[in-house]
Write a protein that binds this ligand. Structure first.
Ligand SMILES: *Cc1c(COP(=O)(O)O)cnc(C)c1O
Length: 356
């Protein structure tokens, strides 16, 4: 068996969920969209099903996977529905849905329904991606309320820059939201992970933690609020080839790395076809049998070359952590010019192993 393994600590997932909800107060939807950020949505949801207040996914297909996996609690569709035919499934499976523009609202009101919906009515308080503008929000809310099609309306918005400590955009979004929902009954939900971690005024009735559930922080390294999160995924492989090169020899595609000293190169199973980012090439951190080293040369589709020169005891069979407890996924993401979210979501082909 190819030795690239993504091991998933479901106990850490559960710990992080409980921590997120405790930091937020009130209730929290566990955001498990995109196959739980690459961790396996059904397994993660099952691991907290007895304690979670509900789940959030992007779309109907993801919600149906959870239902098929035995998840009976509330599931919110964060993008709402894309066509009226999906509304019958929303009804049949008792799903909650976001309504974020006039077209979605028209569709909902025009489609006959047996039961009332639980609608999360989204406001664009400044991110300018989805949601009703503050000036249009109350009218949309009243239309929905007057239709009798919703048994409850949750007022929601989403932050663009909550992960930037000291940035005032979040307070401005919150002020716009509060002004526009004033007097409209129902619960509120505004905080994503960063909102939960560093914006207490954003703690309302419902939190929506995502990335923090997987033990990765959206905040800059070393931020005090990062404490307590436990990484859920550990991506690790093994050395299956070793070669000795003299100084001045190229390594890998494009000869992007050239040795400057006699170098022992370890070859490991894993590459960009597994979701390891190609842009995280020479210099990206790895841990070999617990000791820090680095990638040398380009990441290729199936293989990665690492520097074993200073680790003489390492060789074929040595275990290499690509990210996990020792190597933070955020550090790898920084080397690739991206964020941990993208790396975690992209993991594929690796064998998934679940540890309770
Ligand atoms: C993905 C998502 C979240 C979770 O965001 P994190 O930064 O991962 O905590 C919360 N709310 C909405 C609307 C989302 O789409």
């Amino acid at each position: 068996m190819r030795p690239l393994i993504a091991s998933i600590r479901l106990d850490h997932f559960r710990h992080n969920y409980l921590l997120a909800r405790q930091q937020h107060g009130g209730r929290a939807l566990a955001v498990v969209k995109a196959n739980a950020y690459g961790h396996g949505a059904v397994r993660c949801a099952q691991a907290v099903a007895d304690v979670a207040d509900g789940f959030a996914v992007a779309c109907l297909e993801e919600a149906l996977q959870l239902r098929a996996g035995g998840i009976a609690g509330p599931i919110l569709l964060l993008e709402g529905v894309f066509e009226a035919a999906e509304l019958a499934e929303v009804q049949a499976h008792g799903l909650w849905l976001v309504v974020q523009n006039r077209e979605q609202l028209d569709m909902l009101l025009a489609t006959p329904a047996e039961h009332p919906y639980r609608v999360w009515l989204k406001m664009d308080s400044g991110m300018h991606r989805a949601g009703f503008f503050p000036a249009d929000y109350a009218a949309a809310y009243q239309r929905l309320a007057a239709s009798g099609k919703a048994d409850a309306i949750v007022k929601m918005t989403h932050f663009a820059r909550a992960d930037e400590p000291g940035c005032d955009a979040t307070a401005l979004q919150l002020a716009a939201f509060d002004a526009a929902v004033a007097g409209l009954p129902g619960d509120c939900s505004v905080a994503n992970s960063a909102g939960i971690m560093i914006h207490p005024p954003a703690h309302r009735d419902w939190g929506r933690p995502g990335i923090m559930l997987y033990g990765s922080t959206p905040l800059p390294d070393g931020h005090a609020a990062n404490v307590g999160l436990k990484p859920v995924m550990r991506l690790a492989s093994r050395v299956f080839g070793v070669r000795e090169l003299s100084a001045g020899e190229p390594v890998g595609y494009g000869a992007s790395f050239v040795t400057t000293r006699p170098t022992r190169v370890g070859l490991i199973a894993g590459g960009y076809a597994d979701g390891y980012p190609r842009l995280a090439s020479t210099g990206s951190p790895v841990a070999v049998d617990g000791q820090h080293s680095r990638i040398i040369g380009r990441v290729s589709m199936d293989m990665i070359t690492i520097d074993l020169t200073d680790l003489p005891q390492a060789g074929i069979g040595s275990e290499v952590e690509l990210w996990g407890e020792q190597i933070s996924v955020n550090a790898v993401a920084a080397h690739a010019g991206t964020i941990s979210y993208e790396l975690l979501c992209n993991v594929k082909r690796a064998h998934l192993q679940y540890l309770d």
